[in-house]
Write a new protein. Sequence first.
Length: 157
Amino acid sequence: MVRLSIIGVDRNPYGFYAGQLAMEKIYDDAAVPTTVLRAAQFHEFAAQTLQRSTLGPVVLAPRARVQPVAGREVAENLVSLAEGEPMGRAADLAGPREEELAQMVRGYAHSQGSRRLVVPVRLPMPMMRGMAAGLQLPSAGAQLGNQSFPEWLEQQK
C-alpha cells in the first residue's frame, strides 16, 4: 500500500498538515506494510491559491517558500513505489528549485490573462508562518524532479 503525504508535515504540524501527519501515523501503525511518499506542493497549487485568495479585483497571495513539483512526476514515482516492496518512508520528492508562492500565483494569473492585482501577504496562522519560514522545503536526501514551475507555466498557455 502506498500513501501520498506532504513534505514537512512533521516540522509544521498545524492545520491541514496536522491531519496529514495523523494519517501517516495510521499507516505506520497498520498491520499491512506501507510506503509513504512525502511530496512538495504541485505546480497546480498556484492555480488553487489564486482561486481561493481572490477578493474581487485583488488577490491576496500568501508569502510562502515552496519547491513545487510536477504532478506527473509525483504520479510516476507513486506507480514505481506501488510496484516495489513496502519501505515505510520513501525519499521526499520536490521540484528542482525553490519558488515564492505569491510570485507563482502572480505568474499563473498573468499566464491566464488575469489583470487582477496580486498582493503578497504574510498570513498569521501557524501553518502559513511555517510555510513562510520554509518548513515545507525538502531536506537533504530528497529526490528532485525535473520540471520547474516556469516550464510548467509555459505549458499552461
